[in-house]
Design a protein around this ligand. Structure first.
Ligand SMILES: Cc1cc2nc3c(=O)[nH]c(=O)nc-3n(C[C@H](O)[C@H](O)[C@H](O)COP(=O)(O)OP(=O)(O)OC[C@H]3O[C@@H](n4cnc5c(N)ncnc54)[C@H](O)[C@@H]3O)c2cc1C
Length: 392
């Protein structure tokens, strides 16, 4: 088949890599002129790491990233522990890999290029035209195709996905900072501080960057989606004071932020395609399902989608392959989208009641067995099988 992949992000590179050893003729398009992954760090969960292994990208990713063995969250005012999820003992095989987007991209790109994948850059996709069961891609100023299959991996702003996602009231600003030598915080933990659900600051160790060997961290600060402009127009010093007021131990991290431009805005939305495919067109990653990053699953979901779709395209004829892809991922996507919908307002909303429930009901009950095990499997991405009927 002639296959077009739109979007050279996490899902797009993964599917191109996993299909590289087939006879299909694959073209990977992205709007960028040169690859420039935006944003800061994220966590690759153990299920996502397994896909990276299959792609030949795990070794590089592990060399760049930082193994995290615990997620800890405290209420800022009372010091009360609100979140404590452990992957297993420090130094063990089970961890979430904190990694900068640029480093993850580099690992995915290197593994894909070793398999002969090339990228057609400066190609912004605006739509497709379906004629005689084949799609022609509309790119700015040109067309391409026809293709037997278009794989839409163009992320949360996909022009091909029919999803109407609901904007979430809170987003965040994210920045990359050096890990200070003076801090007593652990480099193997993601840590957060909250005040109600309206304030949250967090620090995520993310290892090193492709051209910089010094250890880094992602610093994030929750913010109502409509407050970004106000924040940009407020002196940065005021924000620093507020951030350090919420968590004084974070001062050596926060003080590195000297200008608004060091932080990137992220707006979040929530939505799921009921059927992520149609005639000759299939959606993976954020083009198929979007959620807040509270559970740290988006990149994993894109990798899991790519793995399932590649598997189905290798084992079934086109129409059945798309249906089987949907079947294998449906339950996992549904449960994780529901969990994200349920948990996000406890950490990012204006609600007064939800953070009280979080601190006084959920936090104590989460320490009673089997809750810790359930929470760990939720975060690891294995609360339900990621791929029904497919072994990975
Ligand atoms: C601040 C933040 C923190 C996050 N933290 C985590 C985390 O800890 N763990 C986790 O698993 N997930 C996390 N996520 C989610 C994760 O980043 C996404 O779910 C994941 O990147 C989705 O992968 P994707 O391949 O679908 O899209 P992307 O990785 O966004 O890639 C989309 C690609 O498509 C290209 N593109 C877009 N439009 C077009 C077009 N019209 N034409 C051509 N190309 C186009 C873009 O240039 C880009 O290269 C986070 C997200 C955010 C915003």
């Amino acid at each position: 088949m002639k296959i077009a992949i739109t979007g050279c992000g996490i899902g797009g590179l993964a599917i191109a890599n996993l299909l590289a050893d087939t006879d299909h003729e694959i073209t990977l398009y992205d709007q960028f002129d040169t690859p420039a992954p935006v944003g800061s760090g994220l966590v690759i969960q153990p299920v996502g790491l397994r896909v990276l292994e299959k792609m030949g990208a795990a070794e590089d990713a592990l060399a760049y990233g930082a193994a995290g063995y615990q997620m800890l969250g405290h209420e800022s005012h009372t010091g009360r522990k609100v979140l404590d999820v452990s992957y297993g003992p420090n130094g063990g095989n089970s961890f979430g890999l904190g990694i900068h987007r640029a480093s993850l991209f580099e690992a995915l790109l290197n593994a894909s290029q070793r398999k002969g994948v090339s990228i057609t850059t400066a190609s912004r996709v605006t739509g497709t035209t379906l004629l005689n069961r084949k799609h022609t891609l509309d790119l700015t100023g040109k067309t391409a195709g026809p293709f037997d299959l278009v794989i839409d991996a163009s992320g949360a702003k996909s022009p091909l996905s029919p999803m109407t996602a609901k904007p979430l009231p809170y987003g965040a600003i994210w920045g990359t900072v050096d890990w200070p030598e003076t801090t007593s915080l652990s480099y193997s933990r993601l840590q957060q501080r909250y005040r109600r659900a309206s304030n949250m600051i967090g620090i995520l160790p993310i290892g090193t960057l492709p051209n910089d060997n010094s250890p880094k961290a992602a610093l994030f600060w929750s913010m109502p989606r409509n407050d970004f402009t106000l924040w940009e127009n407020t002196p940065i010093d005021e924000w620093r004071k507020g951030a350090i007021g919420l968590w004084s131990e974070l001062a050596p991290f926060v003080e590195q932020i000297q200008s608004h431009s060091q932080m990137t805005h992220a707006r979040y939305s929530h939505g799921t395609l009921r059927k992520p495919y149609s005639q000759g067109l299939v959606h993976i990653g954020d083009a198929a399902h979007r959620a807040s990053p509270q559970l740290g699953q988006g990149a994993n979901m894109a990798l899991l989608d790519a793995y399932a779709l590649a598997h189905c395209l290798k084992h079934y004829a086109l129409e059945q392959a798309l249906a089987e892809y949907h079947k294998s991922r449906k339950r996992h996507v549904k449960i994780y989208q529901a969990m994200s919908w349920m948990f996000t307002p406890m950490y990012q909303s204006d609600s007064r009641i939800l953070p009280i429930l979080r601190d006084w009901l959920l936090a104590p009950s989460s320490t009673v067995p089997p809750a810790p095990k359930i929470l760990t499997s939720l975060v690891k991405g294995t609360m339900v099988s990621p791929h029904r009927g497919i072994d990975i």
